[in-house]
Design a protein around this ligand. Structure first.
Ligand SMILES: *[C@@H]1O[C@H](CO)[C@@H](O)[C@H](O)[C@H]1NC(C)=O
Ligand SMILES: *[C@@H]1O[C@H](CO)[C@@H](O)[C@H](O)[C@H]1NC(C)=O
Ligand SMILES: *[C@@H]1O[C@H](CO)[C@@H](O)[C@H](O)[C@H]1NC(C)=O
Length: 386
């Protein structure tokens, strides 16, 4: 008897939920999110000029394709975060570290080239990595929020360059970080298995930072996994004896990326369960990037493993002859410049992708076909797609 009462009650509840869902409830309706701002955290794959503002600038041909000047982006043109901003009709993100001409009305970018999740041992300018690791980016974001309150109260010209108070709650929070933690391992004096063993700690650190950002009011998270690192010239040229898969990528190196991605996906699923007020979207960027090496012709590309801007060897890559530098070869000077048609290439400088490749990856991830849960970018503020 009690059981029947319970079932009847449940049916009524279900009916009410159904009515709410199909009428007005904004939580379930798959209405465009219209994010008013984006806050991005990460490394060179999403840096819009942060490292450049803090340290020495990149020079042309970086930026040659779209901006026609170097903006500090690690590409010939736009990067994925630019296409994300553009898709919401928002301006390109100003780097938090840029003190000149920045406009934070619609968000800020905390990413810097060379950033890691964990605190790095080797730091620029003497070492390889950015001092602005993810934990520091979180501290900067926290400072950003508190200083902005003060600026808003002061009014005047600076108050016109900052986000509205409610934007922090309504914004999209994007992440693209982790590849450098793996690179640090591969270039350290450890085995591939030892690098793999560090992945759970890297992921824990990642999750702790996401929670901290959530605690500051963030609710919509769009989190990229890491790309197929073993397909990049930086790995292929430096570890020439690495075993290759059928698409010419260094197999064991990619397996570490895949393991990172598996652990990240699991950890985000758990985080999602524990944070019912947040929308946490895991974005598989590995698959669309890898498909550029599997099937380059389909996308109009050639020589997928060969850097467009670089010098030397099978992969047109040498760590001593970086894109945009002038080098000495047998006593004569040579400028390390761009290939003829960057739009036909996947890899720009040995580590980063061309604008053409970034656009294709963006087009694929924004549909929701590579996200968990399968939610397109424009509705990534909703937990369910109805
Ligand atoms: C800052 O950006 C907003 C939004 O794009 C724009 O309306 C405003 O004019 C900009 N402010 C300045 C000083 O350029
Ligand atoms: C690398 O590791 C090996 C074994 O642990 C050690 O003998 C060697 O001194 C290390 N080399 C460097 C450069 O740290
Ligand atoms: C530099 O000179 C050496 C000896 O003549 C030659 O073998 C080598 O190919 C030259 N390097 C380049 C990059 O031209």
């Amino acid at each position: 008897m009690a059981r029947i009462e319970f079932l009847r009650h449940m049916t009524l509840v279900s009916l009410i939920v159904l009515i709410l869902c199909t009428t007005a409830s904004p939580i379930f309706a798959s209405k465009n999110c219209d994010f008013p701002a984006i806050f991005n955290f990460g490394a060179s794959n999403s840096d819009t000029g942060g490292l450049d503002a803090a340290f020495a600038a990149l020079s042309l041909p970086y930026g040659e394709t779209y901006f026609h000047r170097s903006t500090g982006r690690f590409s010939d043109g736009r990067i994925i975060i630019d296409f994300i901003a553009q898709s919401f009709g928002l301006p390109y993100l100003s780097p938090y570290l840029n003190s000149l001409g920045s406009n934070f009305t619609h968000g800020a970018n905390f990413a810097t080239g060379g950033s890691t999740i964990r605190i790095p041992n080797s730091i620029i300018p003497n070492g390889m990595f950015s001092p602005f690791s993810l934990g520091i980016q979180y501290i900067q974001f926290k400072e950003f929020i508190s200083k902005i309150k003060f600026i808003r109260d002061q009014g005047g010209v600076f108050a016109t360059l900052i986000p509205k108070e409610d934007y922090f709650f309504k914004a999209l929070y994007t992440f693209d970080v982790g590849q450098n933690d793996l690179t640090a391992g591969f270039f350290g004096n450890v085995t591939i298995q030892q690098v793999k063993a560090t992945v759970p700690d890297i992921i824990n650190n990642f999750i702790e930072n996401i929670k901290s950002i959530y605690n500051l009011g963030a609710r919509s998270f769009w989190i990229h996994n890491t790309g197929p690192i073993g397909c990049l010239p930086v790995i292929l040229a430096n570890f020439p004896s690495a075993a290759k898969d059928s698409y010419g990528c260094a197999k064991q190196y990619n397996e570490v990326s895949q393991y990172f991605n598996l652990k990240l996906k699991e950890a985000l699923a758990q985080l999602r369960g524990n944070h019912p007020l947040a929308t946490i979207t895991y974005v598989d960027i590995y698959s669309p990037k890898y498909s550029l090496f599997q099937n380059p012709k389909k996308y109009g590309f050639e020589l997928p493993h060969v850097a467009c801007c670089g010098f030397g060897g099978k992969y047109n890559y040498n760590i001593q002859a970086r894109c945009g530098e002038t080098i000495n070869i047998n006593g004569s000077k040579k400028f390390v410049g761009s290939c003829k048609k960057p739009s036909t290439r996947v890899i720009w400088d040995g580590t980063h992708y061309t604008e053409a490749a970034n656009k294709i990856v963006f087009d694929q991830i924004s549909t929701g076909a590579f996200t968990d849960p399968p939610i397109p970018l424009n509705i990534a503020c909703h937990r369910k797609f109805t």
